[in-house]
Design a protein around this ligand. Structure first.
Ligand SMILES: NC(=O)c1ccc[n+]([C@@H]2O[C@H](COP(=O)([O-])OP(=O)(O)OC[C@H]3O[C@@H](n4cnc5c(N)ncnc54)[C@H](OP(=O)(O)O)[C@@H]3O)[C@@H](O)[C@H]2O)c1
Length: 342
């Protein structure tokens, strides 16, 4: 048996990357049912028959799990059912024997975005996942913007795994200003996602600071239509692609408009990596399919909150989410669902 999330995630990582590459390659249609299977060579992605495997996880890429999945020869068989995930139920379906529990947790955490992105290619509505690391008292940074690092090394690697499994990673303008992030995949094997910055005012383009994101190719700024006066030539500011979008009455861009703009660029999964205001804007509009909330044993007593929503006056008016918890290097990762209008 494996001893930790990280050991299990490393064990299944090549199989997950193979599944991602295959779901992104348009040349040959995939069957509705595929598998991840473990034999003496380790975990592999399987499109066809599964032979001589110890552990098999069937994945329903389209529709629900068919009954025949329980009949495989392997002694340990289970299934992942994305329809159950969307319905707020446990998508892991034990069928025969027991899979390694750390493998089950790792696959539970990473499969939703892969299958969600695959289905999104046909619906044109990108799968949206978010992640925040917060203190016990719900802060994601000090008041001055300092936030590195609230969480542990296991969470840092986990966040890079999530980047590698998405088409795009998106942050708000204040996170760019505070952290000057690169948003690349450096801690695990995988491809860098497209980098997206959301800034209604395009203030990050006006800044005299030189942000790393804007020096590389592969970064797009989504900003308000009225924010650009003279900043942009032929849709570009330096190496940054700039996409003006209509703002709503609150001078913000709706998550629906963000999703439409990203779908138009061929991006079918988006990883919202903060900060609080940006993530809250998606949550407020029921536009988050899943949120990974890492909770670290730190108390600040002040700072920037992760959730910044309009005031409510009764507990009943708050959002009650479905939550499952996972161990990440001795700290808690909460998988939260119920923030999507799907
Ligand atoms: N602990 C963690 O996991 C974590 C993760 C990420 C960031 N952080 C920290 O979080 C802090 C920043 O968080 P924050 O809540 O202050 O700000 P933020 O969410 O990073 O950025 C807010 C800004 O993003 C733009 N924006 C957000 N939603 C928008 C929408 N719907 N339409 C158009 N523009 C939108 C606006 O930019 P304009 O004002 O330019 O229009 C807004 O002022 C930083 O200190 C950073 O270090 C922590």
């Amino acid at each position: 048996m494996l001893r930790s999330h990280e050991e299990a995630a490393s064990a299944v990582w090549q199989a997950l990357l193979a599944l991602r590459r295959r779901t992104k390659s348009p040349e040959a249609a995939l069957p509705d049912l595929v598998a991840l299977a473990c034999d003496e060579r380790g975990w592999r992605f399987r499109e066809a028959e599964v032979d001589h495997s110890e552990q098999v996880l069937w994945i329903a890429l389209d529709g629900s799990l068919p009954d025949r999945t329980a009949g495989a020869d392997a002694p340990h068989v289970a299934g992942y059912d994305h329809d159950r995930f969307r319905a707020g139920e446990d998508p892991y379906v034990p069928l025969k024997g027991e899979l390694d529990p750390h493998i089950v947790s790792a696959l539970r955490l990473y499969l939703p975005c892969l299958v969600g992105a695959y289905r999104a290619q046909r619906t044109g509505r990108p799968f949206v996942m978010a992640h925040l690391a917060q203190t016990l008292d719900g802060r994601i940074a000090c008041c001055n913007g300092h936030s590195q690092w609230i969480s542990n090394q296991a969470n840092l690697v986990h966040a890079h795994r999530l980047r590698a499994l998405h088409d795009a990673v998106l942050v708000g303008g204040r996170t760019v200003a505070a952290d000057d992030p690169q948003l690349t995949v450096r801690h695990v094997e995988g491809d860098d996602p497209e980098r997206i910055v959301l800034s209604a005012t395009a203030s990050v383009l006006r800044s005299e600071a030189h942000y790393k994101l804007f020096e590389d190719a592969g970064c797009t700024l989504l900003c308000g239509e009225g924010a650009l006066d003279g900043l942009v030539l032929n849709g570009r500011h330096g190496r940054v692609d700039v996409v003006p979008l209509a703002c709503d009455a609150g001078a913000l861009i709706s998550p629906a408009a963000v999703r439409t703009a990203l779908a138009a660029r061929g991006l079918s999964s988006v990883f919202v990596e903060g900060g609080g205001r940006t993530l809250s804007s998606f949550l407020e509009h029921d536009a988050l399919d899943v949120l990974h909330l890492h909770v670290s044993p730190v108390v600040l007593g002040s700072g920037i909150p992760g959730f910044q929503l309009p005031e409510v006056t009764t507990i009943q008016a708050g959002r009650r989410l479905q939550v499952e918890h996972f161990d990440l290097g001795g700290e808690i990762l909460l998988e939260c669902r119920g923030g999507s209008d799907r």
